[in-house]
Design a binder for this molecule. Sequence first.
Ligand code: KG4
Ligand code: ZN
Length: 369
Amino acid sequence: MTQADPRDTRGRVTRPAGPLLCLETSCDDTSAAVVNGREVLSSIVSSQNELHAQFGGVVPEVASRRHTELVNEVVAEALSTAGVGWDELAGVATTQGPGLIGALLVGLAAAKAIAYRRRLPLVPVNHLQGHIAANYALAVEAPFVCLVASGGHTLLAVIERGVEYRVAARTMDDAAGEAFDKGARLLGLGYPGGRELDELAAAGDPSYARFPRAVARGRDFSFSGLKTALLYDLKGRDEAEIEAHRADIAASYQAAIVNQLVEKTLACAAAEGLRRVAVAGGVAANSGLRRALTARSEAEGLELSLPPLGLCTDNAAMIGLAAGFLPAVPWPDYLALDAFASDSEARAARPKKSRRPAASEPPGRRTRR
Ligand code: KG4
Ligand code: ZN
């Protein structure tokens, strides 16, 4: 810790200055990164996709066990790739939620153990704030509208400053990632499906099949009707036709999802009077979405932030980028932190204020209270 570190009234570090070791294990990717401010020094992601493909979805218990097997290895690789030693770390950051509770607990426990052992502060980060913060690897500055589209969430966030946001619109049913994954399954593609559908769509004609375009009314998204439309479209075709036109159908289906995402995002920016637009989450890796947003933003004279693909899908670097805007919990108070599965549980997971010094605190700290 340097003299420049901001400290709370007890002299404890609340905003660590220097490299942070970051962890993200909220779903099925075991990820660690080293981030210093807005600079990503390393980002390691070990995907469990192959493990879960046989079940057609993430099996929470299997994911948790795999995280415990991989976490130390991934942390070691993140440090060595960054060329940062244990003694150079200024703090640890980890996803606290939302996500799969068992999976989150593995990352949180590892982060607590590392931070406690090295007497470092710990920054608990909300996964969605992490996705949004991926944009801070680029030159973007708040305020901006961010389309957050992943496997579990789809919403339009108005970022007022740092990673503080207000939800301007959300999905009324499925998340955009779910629409991609369920569509991919109906088309007989691989798991989880979004990327596979994207690749297949690249060779297809988006005007081949007709799917409902952006729902005109309201700010919110809806994808469940689209998925049903694909199901009935496929039922109306014979096997040979599907076989010959799988790429065209995929391209048409993707275009309908993209159209809704793009139009609602631009409408939100206009309604909010904002000229900066950003994207986040796994679906932000979609090539059709990136192309359409680029074209429409140019036409409308909007500034667009498109994070690199590796910062769109789940990764620990985005957690570190968000941590730069959030207060750290000082050593060793974070030992009381809990993970939370959904946003509504976040409040209950906040650390309780300890009224007397923890027995494990070093004498130096105890005298300052
Ligand atoms: O953000 P993420 O990695 O995890 C969650 O927080 O959910 O997002 C995963 C989702 C999955 O539904 C996946 O199929 C989708 O993002 N995805 C894509 C692409 N890459 C990942 N969807 C469409 N096109 C892609 N290239
Ligand atoms: Zn995510």
